[in-house]
Design a protein around this ligand. Sequence first.
Ligand SMILES: Nc1ncnc2c1ncn2[C@@H]1O[C@H](COP(=O)(O)OP(=O)(O)O)[C@@H](O)[C@H]1O
Ligand SMILES: [Mg+2]
Length: 490
Amino acid sequence: MTVTTTSTSDILPDTSSRWLTRLRWSRQPVRTRILIALVLLSAVISLVGGAVTLLGIRNRIEAEFQSPIALAEQYIIQTNRHFAADDRLIKTLPITLAMQLRHIRHLKVSVFDADGNSVALPRDADESLPPESEVPQWFSALAGNVSEHREIALTAGERRIGTVLLHAEASDELAEVWQEAQHQAIAWLAANAAMIAAFYFVLGRILQPLVTLSRGMADLGQGRYQVQIDPPRVPEFDAIIASFNGLASALSAAREENGRLYRELVTVQEDERRQIASELHDEAGPCLFGIKTTAAAIEARMSRVDHAEAAEIGRQLAEIGAIAGRLSILNRQIMKRLRPIALGQVTLRELINDLVADYRRRYPDIRFLTEFAVGERSYGDVVDLTVYRCIQEGIVNALRHGRARCVSIELNEVSPSQLATATALLLFLRDDGQGITAAATPGFGLAVMRERVQSLGGAWELSQNWPSGVTITATLPLSFPSPPALGRMA
Ligand SMILES: Nc1ncnc2c1ncn2[C@@H]1O[C@H](COP(=O)(O)OP(=O)(O)O)[C@@H](O)[C@H]1O
Ligand SMILES: [Mg+2]
């Protein structure tokens, strides 16, 4: 049985909790999970790699301004000692130092004489390097200390003749490092993106058999047992797919056998019904008629006899006639239920109207709505009887199981175009009952209804209405390729 359900949650707008449920890890496909794991792994590797690189940067920057300071300090002390020996030379010491030290990388040198006057301007910053401001604050903070000051006194004997201020500045180095780090990060990101895209593609290829398998399973769940999956080119999945195909074939065969049995059952049942109906019609009907007319005839005679007993006998004969009359009506009703008496002699519309009129009489509180867009004709005993039985079972189910207050029957002709003749009949049976509950036990009625329709090459579907009730949709083709299995039943 195909049951499509429209639940309350389906028509409500998406809430955040539903989105969260969709995003849950356990709901993600394998491919997404592997990719998420890869992205996380790559992020962890990037973090560790970044920390190691940063440590290297700190050491490099520290070395960059420690070594020029040490070098310059060494040079100043040596030169001071050498110049101190000569009175003429000592006067030129500040300017010589300023000239000599101005080209040392990362070092700004300021030389002052004994009075504190600057003897030479410090070297200009190298314009070709990016200014420090381009380096973000967080990177400077992580890279560590980038500058250091040192003051060295120039002396001649005991006398102080000047001062040299050394200012080591590695900000240009930091800018270089920042640029390198940026390039490395872009290369790393591009490589990672390429790797993840490649994985996405490769995983898709590898896992394709699983996707196909899950689609196949869904087909089986929907009752499409003819489904077969092509063997994949992944050896590990070969056995699984082969088992699936075997299972689908076995289910298909079982379904076919089941259908055949149902059809046989329906055929036997219809034959039996027809036989009983014709016996009731041919045997019981005339007998009851005979009893009724004989009783009426004796009663008429007794009314002419002038005897006290005669009146009583006449009354009892009238009683026999009335009972025989009631039995006749009952007999006709049973015959009708067993098999529509007028099948093949009246139009399908009249046949259904007659059936519905019966139910209207028996259930005056229930609303029965009918809507026909069909021709004024019979569609042949097989189709007429199938439609009749579907409606009969649908009404009984709606009243008995669904406790419906309203049942609607809609029958349409389906044509490929407005001018073409009809190729199928489309039947809708709707009720406003309580609908099929989860506890419903599968019965014979719906299964037989479906089999009747499918054996004529038609389609049958049962769906739940919103907020309650059931709709049965049956499509019956009007020309079947081979004589239907229910041929005998008509
Ligand atoms: N229109 C309906 N409304 C509510 N429940 C239904 C309806 N039709 C069928 N059912 C449920 O489906 C079950 C199977 O129905 P059916 O195959 O006709 O078997 P049966 O009528 O012999 O019990 C019923 O027992 C009932 O629970
Ligand atoms: Mg039933």
